[in-house]
Write a protein that binds this ligand. Sequence first.
Ligand SMILES: Nc1nc2c(ncn2[C@@H]2O[C@H](COP(=O)(O)OP(=O)(O)OP(=O)(O)O)[C@@H](O)[C@H]2O)c(=O)[nH]1
Ligand SMILES: [Mg+2]
Length: 194
Amino acid sequence: MFEKVEFAGSFTDPESVKIRLPEVVIAGRSNAGKSSFINHITGKPGLAKVSGTPGKTRALNYIRIDDSFYFVDLPGYGYAKVSKTERERWGAFIRQYFKISGMIKLIIHLIDSRVLDSKFDLEFTRFCEETDAGYLILLTKTDKLNQSEMSAALKTAENNYAGLRAFSSIFPYTVKSGKFKKNVFAAIRDQLIG
Ligand SMILES: Nc1nc2c(ncn2[C@@H]2O[C@H](COP(=O)(O)OP(=O)(O)OP(=O)(O)O)[C@@H](O)[C@H]2O)c(=O)[nH]1
Ligand SMILES: [Mg+2]
């Protein structure tokens, strides 16, 4: 459980964030559930804007937790209606952020549990491979799956992603229940403290 949760601002340049703290990046395709995840894990429903329209998050949204680290809500990638130019702009923006932040300790890659073969997700995993931050995959919206679909999804995700990145874990997640939060708390604790 987090005790102090504050919206610290939207930034296009990580160097303009005044108080530097370790960063836990929340990344994934647009509509994967990044903002919903942040609202759920922090227990603050209105914190990050959940979009009806995909591709809404345009800047890096910083959420300060217990004065000890930030969740950084990244703009989503891979939205079908986005032009190639805009997509490349996203890539350049994110690469620049990873290059200059210097504070990224953990990447939480959110993948919709019903869409496990997106080339954009595979590309992002490969990109993360080159960083030395911790890496965790959460399969989101698992409330939409039954038990056997859930096992199949975990297996498929492991086949598609786990081999690509050393030390990665894959966990299910849904904002409809609190029971998957503890995996995330543990991963954050391990990465920031342990
Ligand atoms: N059923 C269900 N729906 C979810 C869950 N998480 C998110 N959603 C829905 O998925 C849609 C997208 O959620 P967002 O949190 O806005 O996704 P995002 O990744 O932040 O999207 P962008 O900011 O556009 O990149 C919303 O309609 C959410 O209500 C979940 O665990 N279960
Ligand atoms: Mg969002």
